[in-house]
Write a protein that binds this ligand. Structure first.
Ligand code: ZN
Length: 288
């Protein structure tokens, strides 16, 4: 065997066992909810491995991580919290203690947060304090993307050029989405809608709509509250009640029937964030 053949074999061996040749040594970014994965992948492509803690169908208010999820955080370089969901409030300290070298950043940094009292004068909300549903707004999504961008270029500086190009593209797209939705909803006479769990506070703020939640303090409405909501529904001419699969369908359906409104199922945790935003706007436009 000559020298050249040997080095050829060595190269082959190196190529087949080097972790750099596949995707397994990509930096791991952990996040709480699926829509965060949408934004990170829009900017980083497959340059990072996104580890989503809250699985599809689970509630960000109450989800508890599994032991294997916690141990997987070992490999994570950064944890990007969405901000104020119940899961983060309960678990962030534990999550940080699993991996002390993991940097934790808050993607809601820079967003003008809504406090529950403003979101809902009449009733409390399960989460208490700050309304956590910041991602359900194209304007907030611009700030969230900026925060992700700033972190990604530190994490994978070699990809900075590509990430910057994708960031510019995403910004334009978010601006255009915001304009589209503004136009869609601008001419509506009736700007009131009902919702089981008040997930659209930021959306309602952006587009000058009024959200009336059925839930009181994170609990299903009492019979007295149902009567009150029925009167309100008639008075405000409510034609749409937004509902998430995870929540009590019975009361919302009874109310819809009583006031002649349409139930609209939606998914605030849709991994296809962009489509979900358009879907929500479309449902409002056609029903209001
Ligand atoms: Zn919520």
């Amino acid at each position: 065997m000559n020298k050249r053949t040997i080095s050829g074999i060595l190269l082959l061996l190196l190529a087949s066992c080097s972790p750099g040749s596949d995707t397994s040594d990509r930096p791991v970014v952990s996040v709480s909810i699926l829509p965060q994965q949408y934004f990170i992948e829009r900017l980083a492509g497959d340059g990072v491995d996104v580890n989503v803690m809250i699985p599809p169908g689970a509630s960000p208010a109450t989800y508890e991580p599994t032991v294997s999820q916690l141990s997987k955080l070992d490999q994570s370089q950064v944890y990007m919290r969405i901000g104020h969901v119940g899961f983060e409030k309960s678990w962030m300290r534990k999550i940080s203690s699993v991996n002390s070298s993991m940097k934790v950043i808050d993607l809601s940094m820079g967003i003008e947060l809504i406090h529950e009292e403003e979101a809902n004068h009449l009733h409390g909300h399960a989460h208490g304090g700050i309304d956590p549903h910041v991602w359900l707004s194209p304007l907030n999504a611009k700030i969230i993307s900026k925060n992700i961008y700033n972190e990604l270029i530190l994490l994978i500086p070699g990809d900075k050029e590509m990430i910057s190009a994708r960031y510019s593209e995403l910004e334009l797209e978010l601006d255009s989405l915001h304009r589209t939705i503004s136009t869609m909803l601008s001419g509506l006479d009736n700007r009131n809608f009902m919702i089981f769990h008040p997930a659209l506070s930021y959306f309602a703020r952006d587009y000058d709509l009024k959200q009336f939640p059925l839930e009181i303090g994170g609990k299903s409405p009492s019979p007295a509250h149902m009567i009150w909501m029925t009167d309100l529904g008639k008075e405000k001419n409510i034609s749409t009640i937004f509902l998430q699969k995870q929540f009590d369908q019975k009361n919302a359906e009874a109310l819809a029937k009583e006031i002649g409104a349409e139930i609209v199922q939606f998914n605030p945790l849709d991994p296809d964030w962009h489509d979900q935003m358009l879907y929500i706007a479309n449902k409002l436009k056609t029903s209001l």
